[in-house]
Design a protein. Structure first.
Length: 690
C-alpha cells in the first residue's frame, strides 16, 4: 500500500504535470489582472468625467457670478486660470502674469502670496487694478487668496486665487459719488437761496445761503417735516398739483405774520423783506409731481440802497478814487516782490490765486491744488486743505515742490501763508494769504545739504571698504604669497609654471574681488550716478551677453534670443550692461555642460531680461540667501565672486526695477530682471511679426 502511494505522488509531481499546473495558474492570474485593470480604468475614467463635469459646473457658476479661478503653483511660481469649460488654460510665468495688472497693485498681490507661502498669514484679500487700457482706464478685481493644496503640514503646493471683477460696481459707485458731489456742490455753493420741497410740499432741503438769509441757526430744526410749501408766505394759497414755473417779486412784513402759519420760532426774521424768487415744479414723464425747487434772493438792500444812492454818490466817488490809489500801490508792491494773493473758500473747496487785487489769475479745485504739488508733497497739501475745510482758527503755512518748471526746467517751490478771515458773527468764511516763490532759497539749501551728504558718503565708503575686507580677500592673497615663497625654497623647476599659473589666477581673482568690493561700497553709500540716455538695446544686448560668457565651458550651448531689429529705450547703458554681463558670468560659472539661454522683451514701459541655465543650480537652503554677500552653498562654494548677485540686485533696485531668481539643485537657474523705461523705437524682426 505504501509503495502505491509513493508511486501516485511521484506521478502527480513529475515534470510534465508540474508544467501544466504552473501554466494554468499563470493564465488564471493573467486573466484576473486584466479584469481588475479593466475595473480600475473604468472607475478612473468615470471619476475623471465626474471631475470635469464638476469643474464645468463650477466654471458656469463662477462665470454667472462674474468670478474667475486662478491657481498659483508655489514650486514653479506659475499661474493658471480655469476657463469657461472647466479646464485649465496655459501657464503664466511671473512676468507674463504681472503684465496683466497694474505694476504697483501686482506688487501688493505678490506680497500677500509670499506672506501665505511663508506662513505669515493664512489668507488675504486685495484689490488689484488691471493693466491700463488704450483709453487710460483700468479694470478692477478683488483677489481672495487662500491655500488650495498642501504637500505636507508645513509645505504648500498650490494657492487658490478667486478673482471678482468689480469694475462695473466701482464705476457705478464713482458715478453716483460724482453725481451726489455735483448736486451738493451746486446746491450748497449757489449764490442764491435754494429750497427743495418733496411731492407732498414738505420742506426737504435748504442750502446754507438760504439758512443765512432766513436766519436759520440750526438747519436740522427746519427739516422736521412741519414746514409746508402752502405756508410759505411767498406762495401761500398755491395749488401744489396745478403749480407751474412761476417767477415773482414780493414784499413781506414778517412782523405781521402769525406764528402758527410761518413757524417764526424756526426763522429769525423781522420787518420788511423785498424778495425775488422762482418756483419750478419737477415732474416725471407721466406728469406726476416729483418735487419743487425754489430759488430766490433778498433784494431788500438793493431797494433801500437805491433810495440812498443819490445821497452817497459824492462820497462814493471820493472813496472809489482812494481805493484805486490803494489798489495801484498794492499791485505795484505785488509785482515787484513776485508775490501772489490767495483766497481759499472752505464752503466751495476752491482756491483763487490773484496776480493783483483786481484780477484772478487761477481758480483751482482741491484736486487741482493737490496735483499741483509733486507726489511726495501731496499729503502735506491735502493736510493743509483739510485743516482749512475744518475751519481752523490758526494760520496755515506750507512749503512744497510743484510740478511746474521754471526757465531752467527746475521744479518751482512755493510757500503759502494763509490766515482765517471771519464774518460779522465771528465764523471763519474764507482764508486769505500770500504765495511766494521760494525756489532760489530752497535750491541753495539743497546744494548745501548735498555737499554735506557727499562728505558723509566719503567716510561711509571708507568704513564699508574696511568691513568687506574679510576672509574672502585674505584667501587668494595668502595663496599668492605662499606660491611666491615656494620660489625661494628648494623646488623642482618643472613646477614653476604651475606656481606662476596659480599666482596669476589668484591675483586676477583678488583684483576682481577688490573691484567688486569697491563698487559695492559705492552702492552702499549711494554714490553711483545713473544717467539715462536713448540707446539701441537690440544692438548692445548680444555683445553684453558674450562678454559675460567669454569663459563658458565648450560643452555648453549658448543661445541669445533677441526679437527686435531695433529697440531704442531710455536706460543707463553702463549699469544695465554690467547687470547683464554679471548675470551671464554667474550662469557660465554654474554651468559646465548643457545650455545657457539669454532673452529680452519690452512690454508697456518695462524692459524684461531673462537668463536661464541648466547648470548645477542652487540648493533650497541656500536659495533664500542668494542675494546676501559672500554666501556659500552646501558644497562650501561661492556664488561667483560672492558679490556678483548682491551688486546686480542693488543696481536693479536703484534703477527702479525688480529681480527674481528661481533655482533647483542639479536642474538649473532662471533669473528675471525688470527695468522700467520708455521706448521711442520698437522694430521687431520680420519673421516674428508674421
Amino acid at each position: 500500500m505504501s509503495e502505491q502511494v509513493v508511486q501516485t505522488i511521484e506521478k502527480l509531481f513529475d515534470f510534465e504535470h508540474m508544467t501544466v499546473y504552473v501554466m494554468a495558474a499563470f493564465l488564471i492570474g493573467f486573466f484576473l489582472l486584466l479584469f481588475y485593470n479593466f475595473i480600475y480604468r473604468y472607475r478612473e475614467q468615470d471619476a475623471k468625467t465626474q471631475g470635469l463635469s464638476e469643474f464645468a459646473r463650477l466654471s458656469l457658476v463662477l462665470q454667472t457670478s462674474n468670478l474667475r479661478l486662478c491657481f498659483y503653483n508655489v514650486q514653479k511660481r506659475h499661474y493658471v486660470f480655469l476657463n469657461e469649460n472647466g479646464e485649465f488654460s496655459k501657464d503664466y510665468n511671473p512676468i507674463e502674469f504681472a503684465a496683466l495688472f497694474d505694476r504697483d497693485d501686482f506688487e501688493q498681490l505678490r506680497k500677500c502670496i509670499f506672506d501665505i507661502c511663508e506662513g505669515r498669514s493664512k489668507s488675504a484679500n486685495v484689490r488689484v487694478r488691471g493693466a491700463m487700457k488704450d483709453d487710460g482706464s483700468h479694470d478692477v478685481f478683488d483677489f481672495s487668496v487662500s491655500v488650495a493644496r498642501r504637500r505636507s503640514r508645513t509645505e504648500i503646493e498650490d494657492l487658490l486665487c478667486i478673482l471678482h471683477d468689480v469694475t462695473d460696481e466701482v464705476r457705478r459707485r464713482e458715478t453716483v459719488k460724482q453725481l451726489l458731489l455735483r448736486y451738493h456742490t451746486v446746491f450748497n455753493s449757489s449764490l442764491m437761496d435754494m429750497i427743495y420741497y418733496d411731492k407732498y410740499g414738505v420742506l426737504n432741503d435748504i442750502n446754507e445761503k438760504a439758512c443765512r438769509q432766513f436766519g436759520v441757526e440750526h438747519r436740522e430744526d427746519v427739516l422736521n417735516g412741519q414746514f409746508l410749501l402752502q405756508n410759505n408766505p411767498f406762495y401761500s394759497g398755491v395749488d401744489l398739483h396745478q403749480l407751474e414755473n412761476t417767477r415773482s417779486s414780493s414784499i413781506i412784513d414778517f412782523s405781521k405774520l402769525s406764528a402758527p402759519i410761518y413757524h417764526v420760532k424756526d426763522f429769525r426774521l423781522n420787518g420788511f423783506m423785498y424778495y425775488e424768487s422762482t418756483i419750478n415744479p419737477i415732474r416725471k414723464t407721466n406728469g406726476e409731481l416729483e418735487g419743487v425747487y425754489m430759488a430766490g434772493r433778498n433784494v431788500t438792500e438793493m431797494v433801500e440802497s437805491f433810495h440812498h444812492q443819490q445821497e452817497g454818490f459824492k462820497k462814493l466817488r471820493q472813496i472809489t478814487k482812494d481805493i484805486k490809489t490803494y489798489v495801484k500801490n498794492v499791485n505795484y508792491a505785488l509785482q515787484v516782490s513776485d508775490v501772489r494773493l490767495v483766497n481759499y473758500y472752505p464752503e466751495t473747496h476752491t482756491m483763487e490765486i490773484s496776480i493783483n487785487i483786481n484780477e484772478t489769475q487761477l481758480r483751482l479745485s482741491q484736486l487741482r491744488c493737490i496735483r499741483l504739488a509733486s507726489p511726495r508733497f501731496r499729503r502735506a497739501i491735502s493736510s493743509a486743505l483739510n485743516r482749512m475745510d475744518h475751519l481752523t482758527e490758526n494760520p496755515v503755512e506750507v512749503l512744497f515742490e510743484t510740478e511746474i518748471r521754471d526757465k531752467r526746467h527746475h521744479p518751482v517751490w512755493l510757500l503759502f501763508n494763509m490766515v482765517p478771515m471771519k464774518d460779522a458773527e465771528g465764523r471763519v468764511e474764507r482764508y486769505f494769504g500770500m504765495c511766494r516763490n521760494m525756489t532760489q532759497m530752497v535750491e541753495t539749501e539743497q546744494k548745501l545739504a548735498i555737499e554735506t551728504k557727499k562728505a558723509q558718503e566719503t567716510e561711509l565708503l571708507k568704513q564699508a571698504f574696511l568691513t568687506n575686507m574679510s576672509y574672502e580677500i585674505r584667501t587668494p592673497l595668502n595663496t599668492v604669497v605662499g606660491f611666491a615663497e615656494l620660489f625661494e625654497s628648494d623646488h623642482d623647476e618643472a613646477d614653476e609654471p604651475l606656481f606662476v599659473e596659480e599666482i596669476r589666477r589668484n591675483s586676477n581673482s583678488l583684483l576682481s574681488l577688490v573691484n567688486d568690493i569697491l563698487f559695492l561700497s559705492r552702492l552702499d553709500a549711494n554714490m553711483i550716478e545713473y544717467k539715462r540716455e536713448d540707446v539701441d538695446f537690440a544692438m548692445l544686448f548680444e555683445s553684453w551677453c558674450q562678454l559675460g560668457l567669454v569663459n563658458v565651458s565648450p560643452e555648453v550651448k549658448v543661445v541669445v534670443e533677441n526679437p527686435f531689429e531695433r529697440l531704442v529705450v531710455n536706460i543707463d547703458t553702463e549699469h544695465v550692461g554690467k547687470v547683464i554681463e554679471k548675470l551671464c558670468t554667474t550662469a557660465a560659472g554654474f554651468t559646465q555642460k548643457g545650455s545657457i539661454l539669454a532673452k529680452c522683451e519690452y512690454r508697456k514701459g518695462q524692459l524684461s531680461i531673462v537668463i536661464e541655465d541648466t547648470g548645477r543650480g542652487i540648493d533650497k537652503d541656500t536659495l533664500p540667501h542668494v542675494f546676501e554677500r559672500f554666501v556659500r552653498d552646501q558644497r562650501s562654494q561661492l556664488c561667483g565672486t560672492g558679490l556678483d548677485l548682491p551688486i546686480v540686485q542693488a543696481l536693479v533696485e536703484q534703477m527702479g526695477g525688480t529681480i527674481e531668481l528661481q533655482s533647483e539643485a542639479e536642474k538649473g537657474t532662471t533669473v528675471w530682471v525688470i527695468i522700467p523705461c520708455e521706448a521711442s523705437v520698437i522694430e521687431r524682426h520680420r519673421e516674428l511679426n508674421v
